[in-house]
Design a protein around this ligand. Sequence first.
Ligand SMILES: *[C@@H]1O[C@H](CO)[C@@H](O)[C@H](O)[C@H]1NC(C)=O
Length: 293
Amino acid sequence: MFDLARLWLPLLVLSLIWSLLSGSAENDLDVLARTSADEPANILLLTAHPDDECMFFAPTILALLERTDARRYPKLHSLCLSVGNAEGLGEVRRHELARSLDVLGIEDGRRWVVDRPDLQDNFTVEWHPQVISDVLRPYVLEHDIDIILTFDGHGVSSHPNHISLPKGAAHLLNTLPLASTKPRPRLFSLITVPLHEKYLGPIAPVSTKLALSIARLWRWHPRGAKNADAEAATVGIATETRVPVAVSGWEGYARALRAMMQHRSQLVWFRWLYVSFSRYMWVNEWVEYVEVE
Ligand SMILES: *[C@@H]1O[C@H](CO)[C@@H](O)[C@H](O)[C@H]1NC(C)=O
């Protein structure tokens, strides 16, 4: 006879994993989605190359665009500072980016691509902060941007073009004249995780959701509140109070994958490996950028 009693544990584990992968999750995402006056924010995603948006930022884009609050969404804009012309495919990639943003849901009219001689896709060149700042300024002012989202000082993949983005954006914020009516925009960086955590594939969203639940339980427990940060550290969540986190479920992952498929010129074998195993297809964690001199 079929022994059901022996199956309950594996079945329980399987259904737990399934339920952990199926839904999306988030933590403190309002930090990115709302202004200090608690209005829906105007957000600008600053990227270096076509395909950054879906390879690294999809969980955040999808989570932000999912939010409705009294029928008002945060407005999400995308500015890509190059057409990715390292292999002479710039014009093809410009169109691929448009199709990818269609899939992710960033509207026409809120997305721009820049192609300048001093901001070219090149693995050996850091872009100058002053140039980035000058290019960025009109977009930030004209669209009343409250929040800038970009890479951190490690750029996820250590690409020098990525690494130059937070420096350039910080340069802009430091030089913007302070308006009396509105606080300065805030700059947030996508946290680069250590290499051994980068390629865990679907394990990343499962462990992140577990960690978020544990941290929440711990915080909710009266005696645990004080130790919440220490606990969060041991389970791998960055410990600053209010770390915005976006975790995609299956649907979000599939959407990111569909966006990536629009970048047909880029789909060489190692990118298939990337989309199969990268944490950034599932999980984004954010920290406010602080410039280190
Ligand atoms: C990248 O920059 C280096 C140094 O400026 C230059 O020698 C090289 O030709 C550039 N590569 C491309 C693809 O533009």
